[in-house]
Design a protein around this ligand. Sequence first.
Ligand code: PLP
Length: 439
Amino acid sequence: MDSQDMIDLCKKHTMYTWAAGDNVEPIPVERAEGVYFYTPEGKRFLDFNSQLMSVNIGHSHPRVIEAMHQQLQQVAYVYPGTATAVRARVAKMLSELVPGDINTFFFTLSGAESNENAIKAARSYTGRFKILSRYRSYHGATNACMQLTGDPRRWANEPGSPGFIKVMDPRPYHYSFGESEEEQTARNLEYLEEVIMYEGPDTIAAMFVETITGTNGIQPPPKGYLKGLKALLEKYGILMVCDEVMCGFGRTGKMFGFEHYDVVPDIVTMAKGLTSSYAPLGAMGVSDAIAEHFKKNMFWGGLTYNSHCLALSAAEASIQVMLDEKLVENAARLESVMREEMERLKERHPSFKEGRALGLFGMIDVQKNSAGERIAPFNGSHPAMTKLGQFFRDNGLFTFVRWGSFMCNPPLCITEEQLREGFAIIDRGMEITDAAFEG
Ligand code: PLP
């Protein structure tokens, strides 16, 4: 099938996400390998976003393909009440990989389903009802996850159901809790404690946080925040749930984001990098105390495809590749190259506002004047950003442009040379936003 047929039929017979179908201009993709993917006509794209920050080991790894092939020949699927070797092996592997006392896993098909089940588990375990989460967040597109989510994607899904309480991040979009990281942490936690008092501590089951905020800014928490948050929540018997759907599995230069902050949550949710997207799979990992509870009490949750053998074989092989090829270490090593490239962009481009990178989790904000005003308004766009996105696409760089920022999240197998190749395209592209600077 050629590109045009692919586009026409997909647009005619399928619905696209987060878009009015007529406005979508999908990239036709025929094959993918490593950090590149290709159209039927052979145009090559450097994948600078790992698709949806999820193809962590890179595309079409032969070991994963082989493992999935072998699993298919044995058994593709059996119902969730069975025991299988692949389920046993992956659960054991995860219990060794996830730090602390998180040793028990419930398998789902996505990040959203992992969070849905974490809401259920937290409510059932604590006997409490309310759930705290932060405005500057995204947790998935199912009904309850839209209510966990704070960003504007929530609006069209309102009104939600009672019991979902939103709070501010220690690093909100505009408002500031203080100049220094210490001050941001201290003031935010003071504010949060007051919210908890007003809501009634005995009514709150859990607080969900993206360990490192993803789509809403690639924002690591300020110093001491996660540790302070854990202590505050513990004081009131509230569970801490770390959503590692985007930042987990090596993205930040450690296997899990919370490993940067010397803290272990009560529940961790994961998906994306768990299989590097070779098959849909998510998981909720729970502490030993919570696991013990569900040994004695019913877990009121189920999915036809819970512990799907094929998806688990993809997880096992993909994690093994990540370990054997030292891809987490590669992400940690290349953080300095990403930062160096961002510094160079800053020197060369007046429209460069700020760059953030933790491992290969990166984002660049664009400004419209020397006062540092963002080029696009909150939840809005700017013609120069639209043009920049088009430039990236025309020049074979695939990444996400959102509001006044764009992403730098390549697969963790990227080489230094390939990373610099991506930044060379960005360097040329930012002449477009420079032209709009103070214009
Ligand atoms: N949580 C976070 C932090 C995410 O970034 C996402 C997806 O981008 C989700 C949850 C939802 O995952 P899924 O799209 O697999 O349901």
